[in-house]
Design a protein. Structure first.
Length: 318
């Protein structure tokens, strides 16, 4: 395994936003781009490479194929189709599940044994597909989960409370989608509970609901205004990859495999706080959720499992 070697499958807006942020930040030794559109891949490789003289470190960037996965430390999958107007989430999931299956089989044929990070939507379902098809230990397959949602939450809370977003310790949990929730009892500014800060500053508690609504509505608003979201998720993926490469043991709300009754669930990928290092998920942090929060998580899991049972399990031959 080559330390610092990343393979990116999918050179659309999301994948290339991640690649561009990696070029600017450094810490990656080799980046291989794979896409069904070979010409686009070569074009992206050329365009990125022309920025290398101004990058913080030397980096090999190349357009390649799946055989490059064999010695990669991390493979990031951003390929897949975007949801079309009038298309149901199940239809989107079925199409992308077929794509994920094909990609995963190609990755594994190379002899890959690193960590796979999935960002294709619906991300919790697609992470499950990749895990089942790859046969890798479940800690080595993670999804981007609610890492972007959590960043949006911290940004909006920092703006509201007028403090640095780096000092906001709060998480969005559940499905990357409308059924997500914030466990507010576990939300802190520095080492003080957000709820206490709201009381002390006479901020109405209702504003916390508005902040969460702002997170859920953010993607819709961006898509309405500029057709797609990609910079935020590009940065979020870069953050996850760095935690793996640098063996950070950082806490991120990735799409993580729950088993044996964790959070009252079994055999499902969902966004929860987890400790991320070079092996993927070292362990997940099981928070005590109140009745309302547990209900929200159960509902998220129910929606995902229903979609799986309808057709996803058949597609992956489970």
């Amino acid at each position: 395994m080559k330390k610092g070697k990343i393979v990116l499958v999918g050179t659309g807006f999301v994948g290339m936003s991640m690649a561009y942020s990696m070029l600017n930040r450094g810490g990656i030794n080799e980046l291989v781009l794979i896409d069904i559109d070979k010409d686009k891949t070569i074009g992206e490789q050329m365009d990125l490479s022309h920025g290398l003289p101004y990058a913080p470190q030397k980096m090999i960037i190349k357009a390649g194929d799946y055989d490059e996965c064999k010695d990669a430390q991390v493979v990031v999958i951003t390929a897949g189709i975007a949801q079309k107007p009038g298309q149901t989430r199940l239809e989107l999931a079925e199409t992308n599940a077929k794509i994920m299956k094909q990609i995963t089989e190609s990755i594994m044929q190379s002899g890959f044994n690193g960590v796979i990070v999935v960002a294709s939507n619906p991300v919790d379902l697609m992470t499950y597909v990749v895990a089942k098809v790859s046969g890798l230990p479940t800690n080595k397959v993670i999804g981007s989960g609610t890492v972007l949602d959590t960043a949006r939450l911290r940004y909006l809370m920092a703006d509201y409370l007028k403090v640095s977003s780096k000092n906001i310790h709060a998480y969005i949990m559940g499905e990357h989608g409308d059924s997500s929730f914030v466990p507010w009892d576990h939300a802190y500014v520095g080492c003080k509970k957000v709820k206490d800060i709201m009381k002390d500053n006479k901020h109405p508690m209702e504003d916390l609901k508005k902040i969460h609504k702002g997170v859920v509505d953010a993607a819709y608003e961006i898509i309405e205004k500029k057709k797609a979201t990609y910079y935020g998720i590009g940065m979020a993926l870069n953050r996850i990859v760095r935690a793996i490469l640098d063996n950070e043991n950082s806490i991120l709300t990735v799409s993580t495999y729950l088993k044996d009754g964790q959070y009252g669930q079994d055999d499902i990928y969902i966004g929860v706080p987890a400790i991320i290092n070079s092996n993927g998920v070292r362990e997940l942090l099981e928070l005590n959720l109140n009745e309302y929060e547990q209900e929200k998580l159960d509902n998220s899991c129910k929606l995902i499992k229903e979609m799986r049972e309808k057709s996803i399990d058949k597609i992956i031959g489970k």
